[in-house]
Design a protein around this ligand. Sequence first.
Ligand SMILES: C[S@@+](CC[C@H](N)C(=O)[O-])C[C@H]1O[C@@H](n2cnc3c(N)ncnc32)[C@H](O)[C@@H]1O
Length: 242
Amino acid sequence: MGEPRPSVQREVVSFVRRSARMNPSQARAWNELQHWVVRVPTRQTSTSVDAGAHVDWPIVFGRRAPLVVEIGGGTGDVIAGVAARHPERDFVAFEVFQPAVASTLSKCARAGVGNVRVVVANGVDGLAALFDEQSVAELWTFFPDPWHKTRHHKRRLVSTPFADLVASRLSADGLWRLATDWEDYALAIRDVLDRHPGFVNRFAGWAPRWEDRPQSRYEAKGVAAGRTIYDLCYGIRKGGRR
Ligand SMILES: C[S@@+](CC[C@H](N)C(=O)[O-])C[C@H]1O[C@@H](n2cnc3c(N)ncnc32)[C@H](O)[C@@H]1O
């Protein structure tokens, strides 16, 4: 009998672990487009990122350009569209669900963009480990999982500790763009960010819809269900970082 395997202490994460089964076109994209996937060292779970991991983004992209990071990009509707319109920027998407990553890769290939990379890992770990302080021009969290039940609110992506991390990684003129179709989460996000000393709301309340943001799969579902879309946009408050 071998040694008993050490049990993995499950940390609270903002995503659900789902089956990685792909349809044939996703499987093809996954196999053929791996050159856009950046692999990083993990800790105990496959979606974690080792705190000591490092990626040299100028080497990965072959240039030094403003970096945009998306956490929970889903099937890549937003990043593929915006990256095509902004070839002067480089884009890094974190997404834990492999079939969604495969769809992102095929959308990027169809859009003909070379300025996108995908990391199949927890974006909270990734933002902390893989980006220097004040090195990120924009952080996007569009339609994060709402985690409706009160006992699950601790799993919501947007929290004060996460806001501390985002504040440390955004550049002085950096922006955090967010959107959700759930009013209670939208209000909770505003509460967290309006109270946070590191952020300043760029608008008096909700932001107008960011005109560059294509409608994503989840946004379309929310609209079809009759829900209001709430956009938010925060900048860094001068002298306010913790
Ligand atoms: C509700 S979906 C929205 C996807 C996309 N933004 C859209 O609008 O269609 C949320 C996505 O975030 C991913 N996700 C949640 N937390 C994450 C994290 N910490 N790191 C990476 N991906 C995450 C989930 O796997 C899921 O695909």
